[in-house]
Design a protein around this ligand. Structure first.
Ligand code: MLT
Length: 406
């Protein structure tokens, strides 16, 4: 008899964004006349930067010619892209990361979901609440949690992020082994200072713990005093892994390219305390389970680091941040308090009612889609997340509809 991994039965019926997509599509079927504006899932709407398109075209032509054709690439990614990343995203910011510590992948979602495979079933996992659901769901699938009760899984240490702590998770009071952090935060848009991040690094050292640091939204940081990478913090190389993506800065949500940084000193331990290097384990895992990102896509990602590419990406980010500023201004004028929006594409609004009620009201009465905060965890109840990823015209139109309603 073929039996299933019963941990899957503990999961909530459907993934948050699939659930929302289903509701929106059923609403659209019932109201074909309504022009829906999506400010829900953080999916970009502007075309890829021209430098990326040019690089893609060129690489596709190379693939047509026997002399320049490429078959299987290195599982870790091509050196040209890994080197560009190490120089521009890390060394130029004073973070000591080398090209061979970078693993190119097809998404930060996959990497943040897969990395937990390297760890024992019995570790204690600390996860922020509210949180990007992937961290939690993948630990549920792996069997590290008990059942779901009163909006929470047993055996997880939840780090509450509420108004009182500026929606920033605080150091757990108990000892934990694996810590998920995301800054700028999804969903709350909160940020972390260097000093605060240094406290997490110190905690991880002291407790022989590991931090999985999701920096998928780092390009939205406009405040120069804020760290973009955990590797800007002294000592982080031993205790942290970082996830980055080309999705939100260069619009690769449909093109797929991301990377994970695993420094060579980064360690975890076997049962008797023997130290093992995660770089070797992740490399082993990737070589078995992953065959790399396509050559044209890696060339397109490399183009982001040219001078022109940097200018085009800066323009894209500024475009979405202008949308975010408009959303903040309008929601504030309507008497709502919010977090995020300044160094983040997400605005976390206190909806003053149940999250899903606010979601339904907005969809039914205005055709605007947001994300209900409760979908990100118990502490998200009462909040909604508004995404700045859409055209300025659509965001303006959405805000006008919301102004009329509220
Ligand atoms: C979100 O809306 O939270 C993100 O777009 C989801 C993702 O990047 O996977």
């Amino acid at each position: 008899m073929i039996t299933i991994n019963e941990n899957f039965l503990k999961l909530q019926a459907s993934y948050l964004f699939s659930n929302i997509a289903k509701r929106v599509s059923s609403f659209q079927n019932n109201h074909p006349e309504i022009d829906i504006i999506k400010l829900g899932i953080g999916d970009v709407t502007k075309g890829l930067p021209k430098v990326c398109i040019d690089a893609l075209h060129k690489a596709v032509d190379e693939m047509a010619d026997d002399a320049s054709f490429r078959g299987y690439g290195p599982e870790q990614g091509y050196a040209f892209l890994r080197e560009a990343i190490a120089t521009h995203d890390f060394q130029n910011r004073g973070a000591d990361i080398t090209a061979d510590e970078i693993f190119i992948s097809d998404g930060a979602k996959c990497d943040t979901g897969n990395f937990q495979e390297l760890f024992d079933q019995d570790i204690t996992v600390a996860i922020p609440d509210p949180v990007y659901p992937v961290y939690l769901d993948t630990n549920v699938m792996a069997g590290r949690t008990g059942n779901y009760q009163d909006g929470r899984y047993q055996n997880i240490v939840y780090m509450d992020s509420r108004k009182e702590n500026d929606f920033t998770p605080q150091l757990p009071e108990e000892r934990v082994d694996l810590i998920y952090l995301c800054f700028p935060n999804n969903p709350t848009g909160s940020t972390i200072t260097r000093d605060e991040l240094a406290e997490w690094v110190a905690y991880a050292k002291e407790n022989k713990a590991l931090i999985l640091f999701d920096a998928a939204y780092e390009s939205f940081i406009s405040d120069a005093s804020l760290p973009k990478s955990i590797f800007e913090i002294a000592g982080a190389r031993e205790v942290a892994v970082e996830f980055r993506s080309f999705s939100k800065n260069a619009g690769f949500t449909g093109t797929r390219c991301a990377y994970t940084v695993v420094p060579k000193e980064c360690r975890a331990f076997a049962g008797k305390g023997e130290k093992y290097l995660l770089h070797e384990l992740w490399n082993r895992r990737q070589c078995t389970k992953f065959n790399g990102v396509s050559y044209p896509v890696q060339r397109a990602a490399e183009a982001v680091y040219s001078d022109e590419g940097q200018a085009q990406v800066t323009e894209l980010i500024a475009y979405y941040l202008k949308n975010a500023a408009l959303i903040c201004e309008k929601m504030e004028a309507l008497g709502y308090t919010y977090a995020g929006g300044a160094n983040s594409p997400y605005i976390w609004v206190d909806g003053k009612m149940k999250s899903w009620d606010f979601f339904d009201m907005l969809l039914d009465k205005t055709g605007v889609v947001c994300t209900p905060g409760a979908g990100f965890g118990r502490c998200g109840e009462g909040f909604i997340r508004i995404s700045a990823f859409n055209s300025y015209e659509n965001v303006k139109n959405a805000m006008e509809r919301i102004e009329k309603l509220l």
